[in-house]
Design a protein around this ligand. Sequence first.
Ligand code: BG6
Length: 509
Amino acid sequence: MKERFMNTNHIYVIFGASGDLTKRKLIPALYSLYVQKLLPEKFIILGVARTKINVDEFRELMLESIKKYGDITDLSEAGDFVKNLFYETIQYDELNSYNILKEKLNELRKLKDINGNTIFYLATPPNLYDVIPLNLAKVGLNKEDDGWKRLIIEKPFGYDLQSALQLKELLLRDWEEEQIYRIDHYLGKETVQNLLVTRFSNGIFEPLWNRNYIHHIEITSAENIGVENRGGYYDNIGALRDMVQNHLLQIVGLIAMEPPSSLEPLSIRNEILKVFQSLRPIKIDEVSKIAIRGQYTESIINNEKVKGYREEKNINPDSKTETYVAIKFFIDNWRWGGVPFYIRTGKRLPTRVTEVVIHFKPTPHFLFSRNNLQEACNKLILRIQPDEGMLLEIGIKIPGQGFNVQNIDLDFKYSELSHQRIPEAYERLLYDTIKGDNTLFARTEEVIATWKFLTPILEAWQNNNEIPLYGYPAGTWGPKEADKLIEDGKVSWRFPCRNLTNSNLYCEL
Ligand code: BG6
């Protein structure tokens, strides 16, 4: 690594500093890094936003958010931490604001004797993802002659293939690919990273991890909350763009990739990209069969009336935006040829849970009687959240006469590592942006490949009114039609609970 990249002293500029993401995730994560002594000796966090507040008010607000949203209970260092916070008002589309910002950065650098190392985090609405980098470049803040410059962009990167390609071109005019970090916070989750470790640190899985032994793979990411106060954003986006294009397909990448030759970022990201490039293209006339969309309707949950999506704040009362999506697809390569992948995600489902289920093929000959195929397939469940852990379902002999078989769970839960705290996803990702490690960030080609894959679905849903948008009562597992996606009538989705091990029992909402 070049010497100048090893110096991590820097200024962390957060655009959108008065927004939700800054207060809920970014500042608490940076405080957590501070407490763990993971921030460099010299650093400054400069909040930038339209809101007119002074530095003391900003520090006060951030102190509040650390108390409210942080998971570090020791607040004894919070007072010292916020002394490193500064604030600057900006008009995002006025070039002069960026000249003022440049002067401010120079002043702060002198104050703390920090070189030009700077991170620009865009925690803003996506319509500013082109404006801000363009203006930064116009005033020379993309140049690395006085220290490194990094640009962190939240999802969604583009609205569809066309706009993602445009954004890509625009950014790459002034910024190097290596300078751009596209955040997908799922990649910052410990349990998502553990997918790599489970697969590649255990010799026992690799021989089984292919079409010869795997029947199908299922990935569920359920949320019990509705759109909350994000209606303005969500109604224009929907579940496919919000969750599938990024978080769920990144999980698919980690589950399906070939072993990388090393842990070098490029090596891992190349393998993930190959998975996306091998996704079997979806034909527009098969969309209604392989993709199910749904929208939650009014319902009663725990004796309380819950609004339907169309009655939520800032939602068009005739909205056709999907809050649920389930898709079946294939990866056309040697490892996965013929293995169906099923993914589903939705809001206002019965519980919050994200997990991957590997359904292994049954034994070639049933020596012992099994009620159905589902029961005869071993399952490996990799639980991303909550109750993080993993579980292997295997059959054992029921003690007593005969050879009766019962499935039992071999499970591990992260909570059993009681001395280990599971850090928030943003903590790891922000730390990586400071170290300059882009392993856990999506590169341009990945984003483009995933948009390309989803384009037929987006277009069919947009243009073909005959493709139904199924209603599902809030608090249920989505439209029944999604069950039919799994054509093999002998198997079905797993219906998980908050608790990893008692998923077959009554599911608490
Ligand atoms: C975000 C989506 O990226 O991920 C939200 O925009 C969603 O709609 C959230 O609620 C889910 O993240 P997590 O970490 O709570 O699973």
